[in-house]
Write a protein that binds this ligand. Structure first.
Ligand code: HEC
Length: 118
């Protein structure tokens, strides 16, 4: 019985988090797990194609600079501000995301990248 209840609670939380993502509620920043889920979804959708699902830079390789391995120390040690700037402005071979990702979305995806490096 106890187990069933826990499963139901987890199920409900998942549904609530899922619907929050869909409507991009302004208070989702309050919930770090919802943020993590959002960051993960954005990464899978927009970034993994180049950076690889684990962020190791082994996704789609183009001519020119290869997608950065986001788990390497050179990226890990950069400040949030520096990485957000790259996400906003883009790089050679990386599109600019500022018109497609809101500020909270950019922060969520950056937070997700930080978890990949661990
Ligand atoms: C079309 C391929 C492509 C896509 C899509 C892409 N990137 Fe990149 N990204 C790159 C390339 C290439 C570089 C490295 C450019 C260089 O070294 O000059 C890079 C670099 C970066 C860096 C800088 C790393 C560092 O050490 O400075 C970050 C952060 C980053 N990408 C995040 C993202 C995020 C977040 C997304 C999704 C919203 C994304 N990228 C989508 C190709 C891509």
């Amino acid at each position: 019985m106890g187990k069933v209840c826990i499963k139901m609670v987890i199920g409900l939380v998942t549904i609530v988090a899922g619907s929050q993502l869909a409507i991009a509620s302004p208070n989702e920043a309050d919930s770090s797990s919802a943020d993590h889920a959002k960051g993960k979804r954005i990464f899978a959708q927009h970034c993994a194609g180049c950076h690889g699902t684990a962020g190791k830079g082994d996704g789609y390789l183009l001519l020119g600079p290869d997608p950065a391995n986001l788990t390497r120390p050179a990226t890990r040690t950069k400040s949030d501000a520096a990485l957000l700037q790259t996400i906003h402005e883009g790089k050679p071979n990386m599109p600019s995301w500022k018109v497609r990702l809101s500020e909270p979305d950019s922060r969520a995806v950056l937070a997700y990248i930080r978890t990949l490096a661990k």
